[in-house]
Design a protein around this ligand. Sequence first.
Ligand code: ATP
Ligand code: MG
Length: 484
Amino acid sequence: MPQPFPKPDHIFDRDREWEGLVRFAAANSTEPRLGIVSGRRRQGKTFLLDAVASAFDGFYFAATDSTETESLADLGRALAARTGGGRYAFADWDEALRLLFEVTGDGLVVIDEFPYLSKASPSLPSRIQQALGPRGYGRVARSKLLLCGSAMSVMGSLLAGNAPLRGRASLELIVRPFGYRDAARFWSIGDPRLAVLVHSIVGGTPAYRREFVASDAPASLDDFNDWVLRTVLNPQLPLFREARYLLAEEADIRDTAIYHAVLGAIAAGNATRGGIASCIGRKSPDIGHPLSVLEDSQLIAREPDPFRAGRSLYRITEPLIVFYEAVMRRQWTRLERGDTTGAWQNSQATFLAQVVGPHFEAICRDWEMLHAHTDEPVGETAAGAVADPIRRGQIEVDVAVFAPESPGRPRRVLSLGEAKWDKTMAVRHLDRLRRARDLLAVKGYDMTSTRLTCYGGAGFDDALRAAAKRDPAVRLVDLDTLYG
Ligand SMILES: Nc1ncnc2c1ncn2[C@@H]1O[C@H](COP(=O)(O)OP(=O)(O)OP(=O)(O)O)[C@@H](O)[C@H]1O
Ligand SMILES: [Mg+2]
């Protein structure tokens, strides 16, 4: 059956998102409907909403960071433009919503950058609730209202706890970065090695492919260093300041110094709370607040270590921020002075160890979750550390793959893996995984069908290849496999 509202060609990927939006906008409902669209900055929310608004001849309004009075005046002008000129002067949001719903009827209404409005008018969510409620104007009109925003702390709390709009939304759409394979297609990169390198800097954020670098993509692996100099390290392009901007934009962040310190510590490889605190010379309780603000804004994520109860590992979610903290902030003076080449040369070791290495591990975890298609369903992937009491150390496991949890049963480990981006993998890597497997078996994990996986960005030596041939539990995964 032909789709009545096909996705416009200029929108890459996002099929599911488009489908959800179309279903929302096309619904023939007797009730008013509310949808919430969220996602971090630059992921393409406006891009999608603009396209649906066009397809459905909806009313699209983008708020700005202004006072209530200014916002009401802006909305008045936008609505007047829709009804054919003049302007509306609203005394307050009740009046504005009443007219908005009257004018738009059961058509689609999109309010973009909603957090700006609710910041200036904290009572707005409850006014909307009233308008969509039993005796509200929105109910009469059978309005379809989409609220969109990127301040994750605000958008998340819109539907949380006892918030007025809780339970009202019939669509909750989170627009996320493209997965690593889609990102490579979006950048038209066929060489998996180059794809990993580029993804380790710009991730899957669509805007970084377009406006932010003037559509400049590296032509080949040989062009990579030059591309870095032309784009992310080029003070004339917006990508250069983007990581700082992402942080400054978060509503709850004022003094950015402590936040950069925390992010810098994580980027340098400190993943535990204690490790982060001691790296920046603070006590662990002192960094509780910045950590939770960063977590709420989804710039970092806290992932429990699957092998050690109570221990969590912090990770930066946006590759560009890792790159900024690990490479750019440390070379800032050089960069500001224009010695881009020197700054990049100085950063090669750091780039490998702190940016690409950990990023490659994350790609391997994503592969297991999304693309590996082994015979058994995957419940979870994680990185963790297995304590080795005899050798008094611990074995870091880059990629642990678990079966879905089943209550009352020991946790089943489907695979333990080690990822190496720039070193040929050898039997000693496999031996460490074997040791981790034995230790976990003693601890009560179900290791009966655990695979041991080596993810090699730089290949595997002959002895390891031979070992993999002999032992069906051993898997060797190369770049071509990761990129399918
Ligand atoms: N699916 C896509 N296909 C092609 N290009 C895209 C896609 N999504 C986003 N882009 C590009 O990324 C740019 C930025 O997207 P957009 O402004 O919609 O992001 P946003 O999520 O609204 O960000 P912000 O929160 O900063 O407003 C678009 O102008 C477009 O060039
Ligand atoms: Mg936007």
